[in-house]
Design a protein around this ligand. Structure first.
Ligand SMILES: [Zn+2]
Length: 412
């Protein structure tokens, strides 16, 4: 490669990188409009793993402000206030364990610990927040200057094979349940189980679960479930269904995301898809990095059988790949690209935010909850109206919650 050409490539690379770095949120005109809309909108994020963070960090004080980079905590009450975040769903999350009698008992015990942790964190700080189970309760907490905390159960394994536990969890505040996590369970197939489908959608028990959730007014959440499960739920559920933290497969082909066909069908039945901010679901990794990693695996196929010298060599090559192709976080612009796509596909009434903070979510531009205002900035910048932004931030999801309650009333 000639010297001149090398310089040119370098300059182009530099420009591309600095275009990313130059993404700021300080254009005075946009900033003023965005700040006004952000304050006027009721902001809701429908998926955060704060309870899991709290359980694994027993000294964590949710009423104190934390440094996101030093602690890797992405949510606390002071930062919710800074970010103008009025309400969040805290997840009672369980990674899938054994589907045995003992396993199910353990799931039930762990779910209770998470519920208790949420209720205690709020009870300890009534000046900061309250538990909400309806949009109306959330609005009145906001009027009192407090944050509203909703609860969602992530992984239907939390009920094991006991249908009656749905009512128990409903009474403890849960208003949605994500039917599975990354493995199949007794309710349905997951999007990511390496074993593939087991029930081909909802199991017989899973169908009873959806019916009971409809009766209670608990939202059916299909994030993490397989496509077949999605279609079964859509057909069976009498209330609209939700994806509490998923994105668009058209922008990044991942089984955790929804295809255009699925998004259209979800919207046709009044549902909503809430944008995840986990980088691994938003965009493909740099193909050069993927190729370099594949080449490395080919060069050293059996890691356990390497000599010390080979191991050292491989390690050096691995570090070089990391250096050359750093795995940088996705950007807030990429999140809004997903929103744009869904709005083009089905209009503005079926999309919202479920950032998965403390569960791997957080992008450049919204690394933690304190930066939530940047999302409104980006939406204003792209020409979304105040009315649209209010729908995206909570109007759409609250519409579905109210509809689920209305349906429940007709079933009781
Ligand atoms: Zn999740």
């Amino acid at each position: 490669m000639g010297r001149f050409f090398q310089m040119l490539v370098f300059c182009l690379q530099f420009m591309a990188t600095s275009a990313v770095f130059s993404q700021t949120y300080d254009d005075p005109a946009i900033k003023a409009t965005a700040a006004e809309i952000h304050a006027a909108a009721f902001t809701l994020d429908t998926h955060a793993d704060v309870p899991t963070y709290m359980v694994s960090h027993p000294r964590f004080d949710i009423a104190k402000e934390h440094d996101a980079r030093a602690t890797d905590s992405r949510v606390d009450f002071p930062r919710m206030k800074q970010g103008g975040m009025d309400a969040m769903f805290f997840a009672v999350y369980l990674g899938q364990g054994a589907r045995t009698k003992a396993g199910n008992a353990d799931a039930k015990r762990r779910a209770k610990v998470l519920f208790d942790t949420i209720h205690k964190a709020i009870a300890d700080h009534p000046e900061w927040a309250g538990v909400a189970t309806t949009p109306e309760e959330a609005y009145s907490l906001e009027k009192e200057g407090k944050r509203a905390i909703f609860i969602g159960v992530e992984n239907g394994w939390a009920i094991g094979d006991e249908l009656s536990l749905l009512k128990t969890y409903y009474d403890w505040g849960a208003r949605y349940m994500t039917l599975s996590h990354t493995r199949n369970n007794d309710i349905c197939d997951s999007s990511n189980d390496p074993k593939g489908p087991e029930h081909h959608g909802l199991s017989t028990f899973g169908k009873e679960v959806v019916k009971e959730m409809n009766r209670l007014g608990m939202l059916v959440d299909i994030s993490h479930t397989s496509d077949e499960t999605f279609w079964d739920c859509l057909e069976l559920s009498k209330a609209p269904i939700v994806a509490s933290h998923s994105s668009a497969r058209a922008l990044y082909n991942h089984p955790r995301n929804l295809s255009d066909e699925m998004i259209k069908a979800l919207a046709a039945k009044g549902g909503v898809i809430q944008m995840n901010m986990y980088s691994g679901y938003l965009r493909a990794e740099n193909p050069k990095r993927v190729a370099a990693m594949a080449a490395l695996r080919k060069k050293y196929p059996r890691i356990n059988e390497l000599t010390d010298a080979e191991r050292k060599e491989r390690q050096a090559e691995l570090q070089e790949i990391y250096k050359q192709y750093p795995n940088r976080l996705a950007t807030l612009q990429q999140v809004v690209d997903h929103i744009d796509h869904i709005v083009e596909l089905v209009g503005v009434d079926h999309v919202g935010i479920g950032a998965d903070l403390d569960g791997g979510g957080g992008v450049r531009g919204m690394y933690d909850v304190s930066e939530a205002g940047n999302l409104t900035y980006e939406l204003v910048k792209r020409g979304y109206s105040e009315e649209d932004i209010k729908k995206i931030w909570s109007g759409n999801f609250f519409r579905v919650m109210k509809e689920a309650q209305r349906v429940a009333n007709t079933l009781n």
